[in-house]
Design a protein around this ligand. Structure first.
Ligand code: MTE
Ligand code: MO
Length: 201
């Protein structure tokens, strides 16, 4: 059986009213690993999360502190720009919106750059990061995220192609001006909307 499992039928609309299967995507039950470069080894005891840039006060969280933030479960779909989509996984973690409650952003803050262990970055406007379903995820279908999928913690952005969520997230930087991340500099779309097939610039 190949990557694309044509036997899955995906119909209807998702929870934000878009076709469940975006154009040009094929359903799979597999969970391919897409990583540029090495998989960094990040354990919970060294994991550390920092919020910096246009904030009144920089803040950081250890793993245990982060786990004390409100935890949310979200059933959502995952769309990779290389044409595969996974459906209805149960993701669990801290919503971006809930984390931001613990920060005082400067009024000029309009963009967010995600920084990962290993150097990967990806960018989104703050207002899109504030979508109700953008999360820092540590658990999928009741199990801790595997290291190759970004464990112990990754970002998940269900309304964007999956490269907009950094695996092994280590911090977020608030900026006044947009700053393209790793794939965005290398020709991928800045906005990455799967329903508009925004794959490349
Ligand atoms: N740190 C980091 N995050 C990353 C990547 C990466 O190479 N490094 N790849 C991105 C891409 S292109 C995709 S499609 C998804 C893939 O997630 P997966 O490997 O769990 O399927 O992670 C995104 N986040
Ligand atoms: Mo990707």
């Amino acid at each position: 059986m190949g990557l694309f499992d044509k036997k899955i039928e995906v119909k209807g609309v998702n929870y934000f009213g878009k076709p469940k299967l975006p154009p040009g995507q094929t359903p799979t039950v597999k969970f391919p690993v897409l990583t540029y470069g090495e998989i960094p080894s990040v354990t919970k005891d060294v994991w550390h999360f920092v919020a910096w840039g246009l904030v009144e006060k920089e803040r950081d969280w250890t793993w245990d502190e982060f786990m004390k933030l409100p935890q949310t479960k979200l059933r959502a779909d995952f769309h990779c720009v290389t044409h595969w989509s996974r459906f209805d996984d149960e993701w669990e973690g801290v919503m971006f919106r809930d984390l931001v409650q613990h920060l005082k952003l400067k009024p000029e803050a309009e963009f967010v750059l995600q920084h990962a262990y290993g150097g990967y970055t990806t960018n989104l406007p703050l207002r899109w990061m504030m979508d109700e379903d953008v999360m820092f995820a540590h658990t999928i279908n009741g199990k801790p995220l595997d290291p190759e999928h970004g464990g112990p913690m990754r970002v998940f952005t269900p309304r964007r192609y999956a490269w907009k969520g950094a695996k092994w997230i280590r911090g977020i930087e608030f900026l006044a001006k947009d700053k393209p991340g790793f794939w965005e500099v290398n020709g991928y779309s800045n906005s990455a909307d799967p329903w508009r097939e925004e794959r490349f610039w």
